[in-house]
Write a protein that binds this ligand. Structure first.
Ligand code: MG
Length: 387
């Protein structure tokens, strides 16, 4: 199967993030000190801007030491993902490369020509020796975490090269490899850098949910784009309940079966929402919080937009620019994020169709999110008085 989906690619947010973080006041120290300090690290930040302007903005606003580490973590996983996404590699070569990729980070001078499905990715792999130098300059504690995640992700991707996503279990496992592990690795990096507490390291289930929530939202939203490129990420066990073919949904976008399947997929993604809030609650560093919270609020807003929306089957559905701007600007505290989740849960509740097979489950899910949010708001408003 062809796998080309990644939480590492949220491109449409770029301009808005620049609006928020691109100002001279935030982390201008990166540009100045990095170029003097290290040519390879400067190359890495430069490449980060090219491969993902959105992530570049949120990564640059992190405190300096962890910003460098996350930049490398991002580029290494981007390199790995570029191997996974290259459809010209033979299965044999790809599987071997995915499994061994983590060892390349220690091979000075290693680089890879003509691999990657976009010019920026090919350039990243062709200059991978510079990434390796910058990686080897990191503290060993960070190298170990990045290596562990890179090994697990590469081996998981390799397992899926020749198989498809049949069951919900496959779906959860694949999303764990490509996205859940990113959440787990970031938690470990934040804890190791001491910008966040050690408690974060023991929250793998929540960190995994953070990644799954983003990945599943992208998978649901990108039905049309993926179908046009012959990629199917929706688990077969789910979509075959509603249509004999995956293309069938795009041919009958307003049929109740099509919308039921879509809502089934949204329900599955929504099941991770409260885990994400539990995770965000633990964070104490405001910059780490924004880094984690911005993609999450964009995801819940996207789910509210795509729920029961037949356009998903025929076009690329996006949230309004104005709404995206509002979300990015307000995702600075747990209270604000909880308010956004509550607002989006109620937007979904208003769209629940009568008499559809998954409507009852959607109602239960949004009520659960709503109850969680009300409790969280009551707690956070009370806490100053207790103190
Ligand atoms: Mg991929």
């Amino acid at each position: 199967m062809s796998i080309k989906k990644s939480i590492l690619k949220p491109d449409e947010m770029a301009a808005l993030l620049k609006l928020k973080f691109g100002g001279k006041n935030i982390n201008s120290h990166h540009k100045n000190s990095n170029i003097k300090k290290d040519y390879n690290l400067a190359y890495c930040y430069d490449t980060l801007d090219k491969v993902s302007r959105s992530f570049a903005a949120v990564i640059r606003q992190l405190p300096e030491e962890i910003s460098d580490v996350v930049c490398l973590f991002y580029l290494i996983l981007r390199g790995l993902d570029s191997v996974e996404d290259d459809m010209d590699l033979s299965y044999e070569d790809k599987i071997l490369l995915l499994r061994e990729f983590y060892t390349k980070n220690f091979e000075r001078g290693w680089k890879l020509e003509n691999v990657g499905d976009k010019a920026e990715y090919r350039e990243l792999l062709a200059n991978y020796d510079k990434v390796i130098e910058a990686f080897l300059a990191l503290d060993v504690k960070y190298q170990n975490i990045i290596t562990d995640i890179c090994q697990k992700m590469g081996s998981g991707m390799a397992d899926f090269v020749e198989s498809k996503i049949t069951t919900l279990e496959d779906y959860n496992l694949y999303c764990h490899y490509v996205a859940g592990l990113v959440g787990i690795g970031l938690s470990e990096l934040f804890a190791a850098s001491e910008i966040e507490s050690k408690e974060l390291e023991s929250k793998d289930k929540l960190a995994n949910s953070m990644g799954l929530f983003l990945q599943k939202t992208n998978i649901v939203r990108d039905y049309k784009e993926d179908m046009d490129e012959n990629r199917i990420f929706w688990p077969e066990e789910v979509w075959t309940l509603y249509s004999p073919t995956f293309e069938g949904f795009s041919l009958n976008p307003n049929k109740s079966e099509s919308l039921s399947c879509l809502n089934h997929m949204v329900n599955d993604a929504l099941s991770h929402a409260t885990d994400c809030l539990d995770y965000l609650k633990i964070l104490t560093n405001e910059r780490a919080f924004r880094f984690c919270a911005i993609p999450q609020v964009m995801a819940i807003a996207t789910l509210a937009e795509v729920y029961n929306n037949q356009k998903v089957f025929t076009e690329n559905v996006k949230i309004r620019k104005g709404l995206a701007a509002k979300l990015i600007l307000s995702a600075g505290s747990i209270q604000e994020v909880v308010k956004i989740y509550k607002e989006m849960a109620s937007a979904i509740a208003k769209k629940i169709p009568h008499g559809f097979p998954n409507s009852e489950e959607t109602l239960e899910l949004v009520e659960k999110i709503n109850a969680y949010c009300e409790l969280a708001l009551a707690e956070t408003y009370k806490s100053p008085e207790i103190a």
